[in-house]
Design a protein around this ligand. Structure first.
Ligand code: DAH
Length: 324
């Protein structure tokens, strides 16, 4: 009797063409007043042995039917959406999912790192929230220096920390924990509390460089820089050093570059490491010397990609970012 019921149910379920019919069938067999439910209910009046056998079979059939119901349900649903969506053209070209990629600043940083690494420089890092000591004092920047003015620096609430205004503090941190000779670059984000315009933003990126040895001159510096720019921009690049002032170097320079027939563009500060800086990290200035530089990564990217507004890098505008 049970098996007959099962066969009947299976046949009708398989024949169902829509969800409504299927629902009715469910009610007919498995609902509260369904045929199988009635059998399960009547079990309690049977003698123990028969009850156990029949009960087992009935429950098995119940599970089976439920499975078939669910299967049929999704079958009908799939069929429905296929029909609703219309004909599926399997020869139509696929739609490529949008793939992400590196930010232009990241790409520039990676290229610069690669070139410097091939010249023996190691990549170093330091914290973005710095102490006054690393950001200023150890870099021979006395308290009355304009760079320490509150308007340029973002101070954190407790006044013990600030957002680094340049990557130069990494020089100090690295020299404190390593012995000379050394060659490092330190790419990273820096912050300035100032008005924004097409060439200034409150955050931007720099690459710091430092080389310390017994016999390093400004001529070495120029040679390394020339090589870097040649490989980064191509052989048509020209560089020029102008005298300038930074507290942590002596002498200090400003470096301009010129691409082909373009204008001279200011790209970085640099110089020979000031003896006071060497003393701050307990290097003997009579034994060791070197050069340091800090270049604007955003500037580098703007020149390479011919971008005229630094703020575009941080706008999150996909129309801009998708071009790289
Ligand atoms: N820290 C300077 C700035 O942010 C750039 C700089 C100048 C870095 C001279 C140096 C250096 O290492 O020697 O404007």
């Amino acid at each position: 009797m049970l098996n007959e019921l099962k066969q009947k149910a299976l046949k009708e379920i398989q024949g169902a063409k829509d969800l409504k019919t299927l629902e009715e069938l469910y009610r007919q067999f498995l609902g509260r007043k369904g045929e199988l439910t009635a059998v399960l209910r009547s079990l309690k009046d049977l003698p123990e042995k028969e009850r156990r056998e029949k009960g087992k079979l009935a429950n098995q059939i119940k599970l089976e039917l439920e499975n078939i119901f669910n299967q049929k349900k999704s079958e009908i649903r799939n069929l429905k959406s296929e029909v609703q969506d219309g004909w599926i053209d399997i020869t139509a070209p696929g739609i490529l999912p949008a793939l992400g990629h590196f930010h232009p600043i990241t790409k520039i940083r990676q290229q610069a790192e690669e070139i410097f690494q091939s010249m023996g420089f190691t990549v170093a890092e330091g914290p973005e929230a710095e102490t006054e000591y690393y950001n200023f004092d150890a870099l021979n920047t006395p308290p009355e220096h304009p760079a320490r003015d509150m308007t340029d620096t973002f101070w954190l609430k407790n006044k013990k920390l600030l957002l680094r205004t340049h990557t130069s503090p990494v020089q100090i941190r690295y020299m404190e924990s390593h012995n000379p000779p050394l060659r490092i670059i330190a790419p990273g984000r820096v912050f300035r509390h100032e008005a924004t315009d097409a060439s200034h933003d409150v955050q931007f990126y720099q690459i710091e460089g430092l080389m310390i040895d017994k016999d390093v001159s400004a001529a070495h510096f120029r040679g390394i820089l020339q090589e870097f720019f040649k490989r980064f921009f191509g052989p048509e690049i020209k560089i020029r050093l102008r005298p300038s002032y930074f507290p942590f170097v002596e002498p200090g320079f400003e470096i301009d570059i010129k691409r082909g027939k373009g204008d001279w563009l200011e790209l970085m500060g640099a110089g020979m490491v000031h003896p006071n800086v060497l003393k701050a990290v307990k290097y003997n200035p009579n034994l060791w010397q070197g050069f340091a530089f800090g270049m604007g990564l955003d500037r580098l990217a703007m020149i390479k990609y011919k971008i005229d507004d630094i703020r575009l890098f941080y706008s999150g505008d996909l129309r801009f970012l998708k071009q790289f």
